[in-house]
Design a protein around this ligand. Structure first.
Ligand code: SF4
Length: 456
């Protein structure tokens, strides 16, 4: 934590004494944003604010925005409109940060159309948040704290985690890949890796606190760069898996072009690493992939996926697919379906292409009409769903280790947990185990979106 920020924490803390002030954070987007929100929550708790879910009753509201999908903007503006009304009757500090605020056009729009927003901060200035809050409270100042250049890495920010047994650990920031549809490299800057010793220190302290499952985060985790001893992502995985107490290790998101043999070996040799690996495909046609600037062909993707499935027993794959990229023909879309038929993905996150201003793809004239995009999306969804039941059947009669995450949303009398392949399993509640426990279960039924297990 920056020393000067500690001063601001103390100043705000003093001001908030005996006031019982509440804060609420609304987070959009990916797990990296979730992790940033946990750090914002950590700082706010130190400033004597208490977290509540209902933002309408909060004294300070933070929006941690995402700019990856178009509808995120609509959601944000809708919510700001609601908060404007609340602000008319009550003194509420409104802070908006995250990726969207790093976009020049968005920032201009915020300044001209929403002048009542108290704090606007970017992805590279989150560590200054205590100072921003202090200025907004003390001077009633509108604070804009954004820098365009790549941010530095700040260690030691306070953090208030959402779970007591699962934690995310960011290992790197930014992205160098410039996929032609993606805004992330423009708003998150170039790749910066955290020092391996800092990452391992964080995981070790999480293990001591009783955390069992760790997810290593980054926009492109397998291009992680370490030091002389822990050189790359494979080395880092091996070291994280050695930490006692940590039972399960996930990572998100890797890039197929950087999926080297040593990472495959690390997964194979470490049972702690989840048996579901996310391998974003995006499109199944080599021409479309080239235009997306993904740096692999359909054949290279298929070879890599098959190699991983062959070499790592019990492995399953999940993926991201975008349908309706500019210029995508029906035939080219069929290639995507072909890959889905060949690689039996356990999970597919499907997206309809949406234009992000400032990206290469958004400047193309051959955008696909919405109707065609929706048709293709439905066709892909149908194919994926037709395979879910078949995929579930392979679990029946098998023993699986699950980590109990809480009460099931499917049935009040049951707990819910996940297998190492991220399948939801429900088990009957029993006094012998509780949330956060790892239990061995035998899978007895499949119910499409979850499995039923019996503790063995
Ligand atoms: S790898 Fe591509 S899709 Fe992922 S964040 Fe970087 S540019 Fe975006």
């Amino acid at each position: 934590m920056l020393e000067n920020q500690e001063q601001f924490i103390n100043l705000v803390k003093e001001k908030n004494k005996n006031k019982n002030l509440k804060y609420s954070i609304l987070t959009m987007g990916c797990q990296l944003n979730e992790n940033d929100s946990e750090k914002l929550a950590g700082m706010l708790e130190e400033m004597n604010f208490t977290q509540i879910n209902d933002y309408k009753n909060a004294d300070l509201i933070v929006f941690n925005t995402c700019c990856v999908r178009e509808n995120a903007e609509e959601r944000l503006f809708g919510k700001i409109g609601e908060i404007k009304k609340i602000k008319e009757n009550k003194n509420v500090i409104l802070a908006i940060g995250g990726c969207m605020m790093q976009e020049k056009n968005m920032l201009d729009k915020m300044k001209s159309s929403y002048p009542f927003v108290d704090i606007i901060f970017g992805t590279h200035t989150m560590q200054n948040f205590p100072e921003d809050v202090y200025k907004a409270i003390q001077n009633n100042e509108k604070v804009k704290d954004i820098i365009d250049i790549d941010g530095e890495i700040y260690e030691g920010l306070p953090i208030k985690r959402n779970s007591k047994f699962k934690a995310s650990v960011t290992i790197m920031y930014g992205c160098n890949n410039f996929c032609s549809y993606c805004i992330v490299p423009y708003v998150r800057g170039r790749e910066r890796s955290r020092k391996p010793e800092k990452i391992l220190e964080e995981v070790k302290s999480l293990a001591l606190e009783g955390y069992k499952e760790i997810t290593l985060l980054g926009q492109n985790v397998n291009s992680y760069k370490g030091n002389d001893k822990i050189k790359n992502f494979a080395d880092l995985l091996n070291e994280v898996c050695k930490i006692e107490g940590i039972e399960r290790v996930n990572f998100i998101s890797p890039h197929p072009k950087d999926f080297t043999d040593d990472v495959i070996d690390a997964i194979k040799n470490n049972e702690k690493i989840s048996r579901i690996i996310h391998l974003p495909l995006q499109a199944g046609n080599s021409k479309v992939l080239k235009e997306m600037n993904r740096k692999y062909t359909k054949e290279q993707y298929l070879n890599l996926a098959q190699k991983m499935l062959d070499e790592i027993p019990g492995l399953t794959l999940s993926t991201d697919i975008i349908v309706g990229f500019p210029g995508e023909t029906e035939e080219e879309f069929e290639d995507t379906l072909d890959v889905v038929r060949k690689i039996n993905f356990e999970q597919i996150f499907m997206f309809i292409y949406s234009e992000r201003e400032g990206t290469v793809a958004s400047r193309r004239k051959d955008q696909i009409p919405d109707e065609i995009k929706h048709k293709r999306f439905n066709k892909l969804k149908e194919l994926y769903e037709s395979r879910v039941d078949e995929n579930n059947k392979k679990y029946i009669g098998t023993n699986q280790k699950i980590l109990i995450e809480g009460q099931s949303k499917y049935n009040n009398e049951t707990f819910e947990g996940r297998t190492s392949t991220n399948k939801v399993v429900i088990i009957d509640k029993n006094d012998n185990y509780k949330v956060g426990d790892s239990v061995k279960v035998k899978i007895v039924e499949d119910h499409r979106w979850y499995l039923k297990g019996k503790v063995v």
